[in-house]
Ligand binder design. Structure first.
Ligand code: SF4
Length: 509
């Protein structure tokens, strides 16, 4: 039965996770060239471009969060969907074993990670029959940070800074702009939005996600929706949220809108936000062997065009000469000398810690001495190497989830720097000031780039929480990040949010 099907699915998953499709590369290249190289946005985009090339050349995950695998499968009449579903699950488990997918499937009641990306609801597989003789499989890997910035509006609604959004296409447009503004850098901007006008709450979100299977450079066949897509792109990029929410010219690389009929009483606008690491690919398969007959989104099977020259990739982090070296453990004096906007290069030891670790530290002493330490909000991809471990992908995760805990943990255990992405809130900002600590924003999704800053894994604690949630002990060299919240009460995130809020209403006109 389809002897090559499983191998074809492993190949699809591997390439989707490691090699961005041409349309996304093109959009990111335009974004890169729109920024001055020595600006925060320019540096972030150069790191992203390096990361894209590094991931492709080493066949490593572009981002450590390989997301919720979502398959859209079209089959000829009579195909055995039960068998194919099992084979897709087998391929997901195999790709996880090979380190192309991070174990991402967590039991919602016990918190236990299944370890192989299989479990109730994981992966998502949708089948549809069609009249053709071949099989088509499309895959999207959409991570948690951008998934958390999805939004659904019930119109009419009052929107911050935009006023009333009516049940009209203008109301739809306002909702999309509001969602992009609200996401700031939390979904690893510049992102793309898939939108559904109408449907019910469930079908609306599904149809919105389906829009992300369109290429960024296509034209909507419905001229009314095409006009809204163009107008949203213009207006969203006037907000200057910028890459990672650092401020800059590109906040959005795509807007794709679909529509479903609705109930007379409902008018939902559902928005699926995807990050710059927009991993989407597809294949056509021979319906008898399951072998790949063609790649979708790649004009056959064209090789990817690199984002940068080999020399630019080898040059590493684009330095301006103003970077500040920080050796961990870090002193109070060093931390208080830092201010928002400074770029730091961290060397020394660093510990990862995300949701489970923060929750744990509220009740228990830390397994390591965190005084003067650097806590990295990161759920890396780690593989066993002999008796030790190797980190193969290690970008930052969204920090705001730790807002209820962070200030207490900093104070109790003497943490001096927290690294993550998307920024944190008022409680943490006050905590940084009180305890003498900073929040550092790393470039979200740059998992390959940051993995190369890690010299070695010196240990691991709390591994019972699963690989992404464990506390990994890392030794790093010249790990770059930007001070976006300092020990003097300043927050770049707050400033950019306020500045972009002031631009919302004019941009929406
Ligand atoms: S690029 Fe950012 S939002 Fe996207 S999957 Fe990676 S961490 Fe999540």
């Amino acid at each position: 039965m389809l002897p090559s099907f499983l191998d074809s699915m492993v190949a699809l998953i591997t390439r989707t996770s490691t090699d961005l499709p041409p349309d996304v590369r093109k959009a990111m290249a335009v974004a890169l060239h729109a920024e001055e190289p020595a600006t925060r946005a320019g540096q972030a985009l150069t790191i992203i471009a390096q990361n894209i090339d590094q991931a492709e050349s080493c066949e490593g995950p572009i981002c450590q969060d390989t997301g919720m695998p979502t398959f859209e499968v079209k089959v000829p009449v009579g195909a055995n969907q039960i068998w194919m579903k099992q084979a897709i699950k087998g391929a997901v488990a195999e790709a996880t074993r090979r380190g192309k997918l991070r174990p991402n499937s967590v039991d919602s009641i016990t918190g236990e990670n299944s370890g192989d990306n299989l479990g109730p609801g994981t992966p998502i597989i949708h089948f549809e029959q069609w009249e053709k003789d071949e099989i088509e499989v499309k895959l999207i890997l959409k991570g948690g940070g951008c998934e958390n910035t999805n939004a659904q509006y019930a119109l009419p609604a009052e929107l911050d800074h935009l006023g009333r959004a009516d049940r009209s296409l203008d109301g739809v447009r306002k909702c999309i702009l509001h969602a992009v503004w609200k996401a700031q850098g939390k979904g690893c901007a510049p992102g793309a939005v898939g939108v559904c006008v109408g449907g019910d709450r469930t079908s609306g979100y599904l149809h919105a996600k389906e829009q992300l299977f369109r290429t960024l450079d296509d034209t909507n066949p419905d001229p009314r929706l095409a006009a809204i897509e163009d107008s949203v792109m213009d207006a969203a990029n006037q907000l200057t949220v910028g890459p990672m929410g650092f401020g800059g010219r590109t906040s959005l690389i795509g807007c794709k809108i679909g529509a479903l009929n609705r109930l007379p009483a409902s008018f939902f606008v559902s928005i699926a936000y995807d990050c710059w690491a927009f991993r989407r690919l597809g294949v056509t398969l021979d319906a008898h062997s399951g072998a790949i007959t063609g790649w979708l989104y790649r004009e056959g099977d064209t090789a990817s065009v690199p984002m940068l020259t080999p020399e630019q990739v080898a040059a590493g982090f684009p330095r301006t000469g103003r970077e500040i070296p920080l050796q961990a453990p870090i002193t109070d004096e060093q931390i208080r000398s830092l201010k928002v906007g400074d770029v730091v290069l961290i060397s020394g030891r660093m510990f990862t810690g995300r949701d489970a670790v923060h929750h744990h530290l509220m009740e228990h002493e830390p397994p390591v001495d965190l005084r003067g330490g650097v806590l990295y909000h990161c759920g890396p991809v780690v593989v066993k190497e002999g008796e030790g471990w190797k980190v193969t992908a290690a970008g930052p995760t969204t920090s705001i989830r730790e807002e209820p805990y962070q200030a207490d943990i900093i104070k109790r255990y003497g943490v001096r720097a927290v690294i993550g992405k998307g920024g944190m809130g008022a409680k943490t900002l006050a905590g940084l000031k009180e305890s003498g600590a900073v929040y550092l924003n790393a470039v979200g999704g740059a998992a390959q780039f940051y993995a190369r800053c890690i010299n070695r894994v010196t240990g691991v604690s709390l591994l019972e929480f699963g690989t992404p949630e464990a506390m990994w002990h890392l030794e790093v060299t010249d790990f770059p990040a930007i001070v976006t919240m300092d020990a003097h009460g300043n927050s770049l995130h707050k400033d950019i949010e306020e500045a972009s809020a002031a631009k919302l209403a004019p941009a929406a006109r």
